[in-house]
Design a protein around this ligand. Structure first.
Ligand SMILES: Nc1ncnc2c1ncn2[C@@H]1O[C@H](COP(=O)(O)OP(=O)(O)OP(=O)(O)O)[C@@H](O)[C@H]1O
Length: 284
């Protein structure tokens, strides 16, 4: 399948943080970029968009590296949404739109008006007077009004109530009805991805832990729980992460069949959520 975004050995260092990331985002998919606070999601996204200066590595969007020659074409084909909108808060929605729309040669005013109407946004109000949910809807309207092929969003759902988050997920699904569209979005609220993501990329401490199809990932792992005395050294080795408390153990494994034959007494086997898989990997 065609890659819409390729990130190869992307390196960026801050005093207390090192990013070294390699992953691909496929065309026609919603890819969730997950990781706990401070894992490097924003740094990666900013580096991809050229908003943070990378030290080394190759980033290809639509098969092209972002440089002075390709910047205009690539940015025309991308919609960008940041958690904290990069807006001038004292401007009205209309004024800010004027600035943003001027940087796109394919801006579609009719499309923008459609979103503004749909979200019931007050064009003459100052941005600072919008609620967090309205700001997000405004940011989405701006990002979609030049009909981008790739939507890149950094923590779009953080701080939003479940209703607005649900609305946002529906907008993404609607956007994806056209098979040439792709979405790459970072979040630490993994429940948002349960229904809509096709692929998942986990980043932790600046490193990519996995980049996989969501369903394959959810089918690969199980959580096994049971009484502590059932665990021996051979069994411990087969868990990706095993937590043992006073009486019980609980662990994540991709070796379900091997473990089932080793446990002689009853254990409980559960399907993990994306959050379980993320936390077990991170706590490891
Ligand atoms: N400009 C900067 N100067 C120094 N350190 C920075 C800078 N920007 C980010 N960092 C550090 O880099 C690490 C990764 O931060 P980043 O914002 O990329 O994480 P994140 O996964 O997006 O986190 P969150 O979910 O909290 O937004 C953090 O430890 C952060 O403190």
């Amino acid at each position: 399948m065609e890659n819409i975004l390729e990130v190869i050995n992307l390196r960026k260092t801050y005093t207390l943080f090192k990013l070294n990331a390699t992953f691909n985002v496929k065309k026609g998919k919603i890819t969730g970029f997950i990781g706990i606070n401070g894992s490097g999601k924003t740094t990666t996204i900013k580096s991809i968009l050229g908003l943070a200066l990378k030290e080394s590595g190759i980033i290809k969007i639509f098969g092209k590296e972002l440089n002075k020659k390709t910047e205009k074409e690539i940015k025309n084909r991308i919609g960008i949404v940041f958690d904290e909108g990069y807006f001038y808060e004292e401007l009205t929605l209309k004024e800010m739109k004027k600035i943003i729309s001027s940087s796109y040669s394919n801006w579609n005013e009719e499309l923008f008006k459609k979103y503004i109407k749909r979200f019931n946004l007050p064009l003459n109000q100052k941005i600072c007077n919008l609620s967090k949910g309205m700001k997000m809807k405004y940011a989405i309207s701006l990002a979609l009004s030049h009909d981008p092929e790739l939507l890149i969003m950094d923590e779009p759902t953080s701080g939003l109530d479940p209703l607005v988050r649900h609305e946002l997920m529906n907008i993404l699904l609607e956007f994806m009805k056209n098979e040439n569209k792709s979405v790459f979005f970072s979040t630490h609220i993994t429940s948002d991805l349960d229904k809509i993501a096709d692929d998942l990329i986990l980043i932790n401490n600046g490193k990519i832990i996995f980049c996989e199809d969501k369903n394959e990932l959810l089918n690969k792992y199980v959580i096994i729980k049971g009484s502590k005395e059932l665990v021996n050294d051979e069994i411990k080795e087969l868990f990706l992460n095993l937590k043992i408390s006073e009486d019980y153990f609980e662990g994540l494994t991709d070796k379900k069949n091997e473990l089932s034959s080793l446990f002689r007494k009853d254990v409980v086997i559960e399907k993990p959520t994306i959050e379980n898989i993320m936390l077990y990997h991170v706590e490891r």
